[in-house]
Design a protein around this ligand. Structure first.
Ligand SMILES: [Zn+2]
Length: 103
């Protein structure tokens, strides 16, 4: 392999590695580490932008309003049962209060 090809491969490797590293940092903040690494390595700055713009895989806890994982069943910070709290919206609470009452 010629020296020029080696140099190009080196630059390519450095580009992919630095892209993956920055993508990982951005993806980590958005709770999408692997997505960030993949897009960062493939697309570089464009991938970073896409990861930064992507919707975080997090939801707001109904108990303490902090961001928790979308897949969490119980909030790790305040212990609220997320599924139950989502089912207990204001409308269902009103219906519960009206149940059994005459008009
Ligand atoms: Zn919470």
């Amino acid at each position: 392999m010629s020296l020029a090809a080696n140099t190009w491969l080196g630059w390519l490797l450095a580009w992919v590695l630095s892209g993956a590293l920055v993508g990982a940092a951005i993806g980590f903040r958005h709770d999408r580490l692997l997505f960030g690494i993949g897009l960062g390595a493939l697309l570089g700055p464009i991938g970073w932008f896409l990861v930064a713009r992507s919707r975080a895989a997090q939801v707001e806890c109904p108990g303490c309003s902090r961001h928790i994982s979308r897949t969490a069943l119980v909030c790790p910070r305040c212990g609220t049962n997320v599924r139950q709290a989502q089912a207990r919206n204001p409308r269902s609470a009103l219906r519960q209060a009206d149940r059994g009452k005459p008009w």
